[in-house]
Design a binder for this molecule. Structure first.
Ligand SMILES: *Cc1c(COP(=O)(O)O)cnc(C)c1O
Length: 401
């Protein structure tokens, strides 16, 4: 054989006798076939086998199996981002002339997606009060193809009565999709509460190290899985094996990371409730937080993300106080090892029912640092915020669990 040919891997290295604890990283665009017939039938393999790197490798399939098990689903599909999971689920469910319902507390990219993209396809979007339960039936008609729930909602963290919403939708044959970002399947499993789709932004807690963007959709119905897989093909969506192997690594420590973030966040949320500059703390485990009773009924715990509505009087000192935080990075995403703070000058947009406060809001994602360091850091910042609030104008939520 010539050098040029010897440079190429013609023969496989034997793997017999090699077993590691790790899911192997398989990279591929081309996948090879032993026979012409199996090559010609490769399209049948996109759902469960291997036909082309875009449609799955043993590494991405391993991640899909892990997610399906955690969500108590029969199948899961990994896609390029959490938002891609929302897009794919919506487009595979609704056609031109139909309507999709979103909670008013939805992830912020939903609104421009609805107005600038879905509308252009002839798909109507209707926003509804996240605190509605079975009354959602008033919004359901023959045109509604899909109801989204996001429980708890982005930033404002309203926990929804998902079983009541799902029952009302199913009574009319309408499917229900849940965005399970905040709780992860370790704290909440939407498919066990009546939802047909559970989407997870893997970029958050499941990967958990702020270095991967990926999403997943879990379903029980295999026909739905096949439809999602078909649509992911039409949209050219796939997921990188390298990133999938990082998420598989992240999931191995998910339970202990969540336990730590949950415990620290609960302590800090309670602490901040008593601060004069704080109008309201939104954290599903606090009794005054909207939908707390549904959280207690349906969730097995909480995570490390909560929001704080601040007195508008703090505006002049807020940026300085946040920039002085030592252990909180300023940033938008969450669910990683490091604590992160996001600042909203205004409360998020509401089209159905106004929020009780106008903002500003800070959203905290509590990481794995020692809670005492985080506490001291936050106390210093809130000393500055409290000093900006006139004493007579303050109100607090009172004692809480
Ligand atoms: C982050 C997030 C998404 C989007 O996930 P990406 O992977 O960042 O695209 C969707 N929904 C919610 C509730 C989120 O928090």
């Amino acid at each position: 054989m010539h050098d040029e040919t010897l440079c190429l891997p013609i023969r496989k290295t034997p793997e017999d006798g090699f077993e590691s604890l790790v899911v192997p990283l398989h990279r591929a665009s081309t996948i090879t076939f032993q026979t012409v017939e199996s090559y010609q039938n490769r399209r049948d393999a996109i759902y469960d086998g291997y036909s082309y790197g875009l449609y799955g490798t043993p590494t991405t399939r391993a991640l899909e199996m892990r997610i399906a098990e955690l969500e108590r689903a029969s199948r899961a599909l990994v896609v390029p981002s959490g938002f891609a999971a929302i897009v794919l689920t919506t487009l595979a469910s609704a056609q031109s002339g139909q309507c999709v319902l979103f909670p008013d507390s939805c992830y912020d990219t939903i609104r421009p997606f609805a107005a600038n993209f879905l509308q252009g396809l002839g798909i109507k979007s209707v926003f509804y009060d996240p605190e509605v339960g079975s009354e959602i039936s008033q919004l359901l008609d023959d045109d509604v193809a899909l109801v989204w729930v996001e429980s708890p909602g982005s930033i404002t963290l309203e926990v929804q009565d998902v079983p009541a919403i799902a029952a009302a939708a199913h009574a009319r044959g309408i499917k229900v999709a849940a965005d399970n970002a905040w709780a992860t399947p370790l704290r909440y499993r939407p498919l066990e509460h009546g939802c047909d789709f559970s989407i997870i932004p893997l970029s958050k807690y499941l990967n958990g190290h702020s270095d991967v963007v990926m999403g997943a959709i879990a379903v029980r119905d295999v026909a739905l899985y096949r439809r999602l897989k078909d649509f992911s093909r039409y949209l050219g969506m796939g997921a990188s094996s390298d990133d999938a192997s990082l998420v598989l690594r992240g999931i191995e420590t998910l339970a202990v990371r969540l336990d730590r973030s949950e415990a620290s966040a609960h302590i800090l949320a309670q602490l901040l409730q008593a601060r004069p500059s704080v109008l309201e703390v939104r954290h599903p485990a606090l009794v005054a937080s909207p939908g707390h009773d549904f959280w207690k009924r349906d969730f097995s715990g909480s995570s490390g993300v909560f929001s704080v509505f601040l007195d508008p009087a703090v505006r002049p000192v807020l940026a300085g106080a946040v920039e002085a935080l030592e252990f909180f990075a300023i940033g938008a995403s969450w669910g990683g090892t490091r604590s992160v703070v996001a600042i909203l000058n205004q409360a998020p947009l509401r089209s159905v029912r106004p929020l009780p406060h106008t903002g500003p809001i800070i959203r905290l994602s509590i990481g794995l640092e020692h809670v005492e360091d985080l506490r001291a850091d936050l106390e210093k910042a809130f000393d500055r915020l409290d000093a900006a609030v006139p004493a007579h104008a303050t109100q607090t939520q009172g004692a809480d669990t």
